[in-house]
Design a binder for this molecule. Structure first.
Ligand code: ADP
Ligand code: TRP
Length: 320
């Protein structure tokens, strides 16, 4: 089974990215052949400062390796080291109906937020389809907001296969229902664009301050509280063992515990759980050349795979 996922280097990664995409993707490296990449071509639709893009690309590489991506098990690479995907994007564009792209939420959301409505932003799902199809991926672990893009990919692949003969594997999205949407400190979906996020590798003071600002209801301290509707508990549950979660839930229901206390418990657990990741990240930062070598090796593997698919698609369409 081949598993593939990508993440854009468009800012510091947060807990939503970790639980929605990185953790499930990293876990799959033990269950199948994982291809994980840094989507820097995609990031060009929003990041226009070259230095910022370089820095963010390295940051994502460090973050992923610090969180447990094992380059001996997974193929880890930068999207732009495999330019074959851009050629494949063109071939796929010719079988992509306009209506399919016009229905995509993410284009509408992004332009509504003021991101320039250029062709790359509109055609973004076709590049994503190319990423997925180039490596003949079976499973694509992503957060719920990316599910539509995997469905678009399936539609494009089915249409291509029907018109030109079996060329692409039809992928399936994999969405973990328990962590499908990680809430931010304001209770909306955690996202760097809403500035409601908690960084995975933020400084201690900032992390604590953000956790203390999580929005809660106005139930008085002494009253029983409902853990199932509380943003603090929703985040606590992601980090906690079952026993820890059951214990805090019982304290909510018993009354007499304020939200401030729950927030302190959340911060302590977050900070402790991420400690080994932080240590690993610091070590990696001392060896940037080593990290670059990992990405270069990954690119070589990815490229030979993409080349094979691209050649098959070219042949199927009469470009040989
Ligand atoms: P952001 O919303 O911060 O810009 P991205 O859109 O770059 O995040 O998301 C990168 C990956 O992380 C995607 O697979 C996305 O589905 C996942 N993801 C982002 N935010 C969340 C969240 N709050 N809950 C679950 N998954 C998320
Ligand atoms: N569009 C994805 C995001 O914004 C990133 C991405 C690009 C991706 N290509 C992909 C994810 C292929 C999964 C598979 O999060």
């Amino acid at each position: 089974m081949r598993v593939l996922s990508g993440i854009q280097p468009s800012g510091k990664l947060h807990l939503g990215n970790y639980f929605g995409m990185m953790k499930p993707a990293i876990e799959l490296q033990d269950r199948g052949e994982a291809f994980l990449f840094i989507a820097n071509y995609h990031a060009l639709t929003t990041v226009t400062d070259p230095e910022q893009l370089r820095r963010a690309t390295l940051d994502v590489a460090l973050d992923f390796l610090a969180c447990g991506l094992d380059p001996a098990k997974a193929v880890f690479f930068k999207q732009s080291d495999v330019p074959e995907v851009t050629e494949l994007t063109w071939l796929l564009s010719t079988v992509t109906p306009m209506g399919l792209l016009e229905r995509c939420h993410s284009y509408k959301d992004k332009t509504a937020r003021g991101i320039p409505a250029n062709h790359a932003l509109f055609a973004y799902p076709v590049l994503m389809a190319s990423d997925i199809l180039a490596y003949q991926s079976n499973v694509v672990p992503v957060g719920r907001d990316q599910k539509q893009h995997v469905e678009v990919t399936r539609d494009i692949a089915i249409k291509f296969n029907n018109e030109f003969g079996a060329t692409f594997t039809i992928p399936e999205p994999s969405i973990r229902d328990d962590v499908a949407v990680v809430p931010g400190i304001d209770g909306q979906k955690m996202s760097k664009s809403y500035d409601n996020h908690i960084e995975l590798f933020g400084a201690e003071k900032e992390t604590k301050a953000r956790i203390m600002r999580i929005v809660t209801d106005s139930t008085p301290l002494e009253s029983p509280k409902n853990p199932d509707t509380c943003n603090v508990f929703a985040l606590y549950r992601l980090f906690a063992s079952e026993a820890q979660a059951a214990e805090l839930a019982a304290r909510y229901r018993a009354g007499g515990m304020g939200y401030g206390e729950a927030k302190k418990a959340l911060f302590a657990l977050v900070w402790e759980t991420l400690a080994p990741f932080r240590a690993r990240r610091q070590a990696l930062e001392q060896d940037v050349a080593g990290v670059e070598a990992i990405l270069a090796r990954g690119a070589e593997r990815a490229r030979s795979e993409a080349r094979r698919t691209l050649n098959a698609a070219r042949r199927a369409m009469g470009l040989d």
